[in-house]
Design a binder for this molecule. Structure first.
Ligand code: HPA
Length: 272
């Protein structure tokens, strides 16, 4: 895996002479956030050697390198998921690649189902911590040049970035809720019983992507900010049947709000 990452890095770095400071991952239906950036390079995933390719509707699969208010960023439009049949190690390869390109902080966004009662469709929840129900992406031989064998996870979602996101939300006039994200493997949505279990475990919102990405970033010593867009009430909590199309449609409705928040965060984070 480590060799594969270095190969992908060589293949990308050869074509892209750019050092992003902040990496941003856009979740389901949130791809248009990338349109706000002043793009310098756009690199489709399938043109990078060894890169896993996203197969999900609503995930177009490319890196956009460019500027948000003069801050060099890379935006990952369309991520790869465990449920697509990739291993957790493969699913986080793009995260590691962005870090190899130079990013010092990552903003991970996702669509998620709201479990806690006050989390409604359209809300944005900042992730304070996570529970992962999928295998760790660190399983296998460790390369100490990437990170420790046993990384500490006591503050996986950086407290400084969380404070800064609160300031950014205030500036943008947005309400920012907070909570614990739980990653299920998917691709099926959870059953009502599983959602009750997740609640009992201490989870506030449920999704299928972000926890393993955070683990890989923490492994490499990179700060993470996680933002969940609540696209629906989790299964069994009154929202009726769930569909990927509804998740996409709800995400579209919040793209503007989230772009504004991300712009503010990027500016504040780059001054740190
Ligand atoms: N469950 C899991 N993943 C999701 C959901 C959900 O309810 N909504 C959006 N992504």
């Amino acid at each position: 895996m480590w060799k594969r990452i270095e190969k992908a890095y060589a293949s990308l770095h050869m074509r892209v002479d750019f050092k992003p400071q902040i990496g941003i991952v856009l979740g389901t239906g949130l791809g248009a956030v990338a349109e706000n950036i002043e793009s310098v390079y756009s690199v489709p995933f399938n043109s990078i050697q060894g890169m896993p390719v996203s197969t999900v509707q609503g995930h177009s699969g490319r890196f956009v390198f460019g500027y948000i208010n003069r801050v060099p960023v890379v935006v990952m439009q369309g991520r790869v998921h465990y449920y697509e049949g990739y291993t957790p190690q493969e699913a986080v390869l793009p995260i590691r690649l962005m870090i190899r390109m130079g990013v010092k902080a990552l903003v991970l966004t996702n669509a998620a189902g709201g479990i806690r009662e006050d989390l409604d469709t359209g809300d944005i929840m900042m992730i304070t911590d996570h529970i992962s129900l999928v295998p760790s992406p660190l399983i296998g031989k460790n390369d100490p040049s990437y990170g420790d064998r046993f990384p500490d996870m006591s503050e996986a979602y950086d407290a400084g970035l969380r404070d800064l996101a609160k300031v950014a939300a205030k500036k943008a006039g947005l309400e920012l809720k907070e909570g614990v994200y739980i990653q299920f493997p998917g691709p099926n949505f959870e059953t009502p019983a599983e959602v009750r279990m997740a609640r009992a475990m201490g989870a506030d919102a449920v999704g299928m992507s972000t926890a393993i990405e955070t683990i890989a970033a923490v492994h490499m010593g990179i700060k993470v900010l996680g933002l969940s867009f609540i696209s629906n009430k989790a299964c069994g909590l009154g929202g009726g049947k769930l569909s990927h199309l509804d998740v996409q449609a709800e995400s579209k409705a919040v793209e503007g709000k989230l772009s504004e928040l991300i712009n503010e965060i990027v500016v504040l984070a780059s001054n740190k």
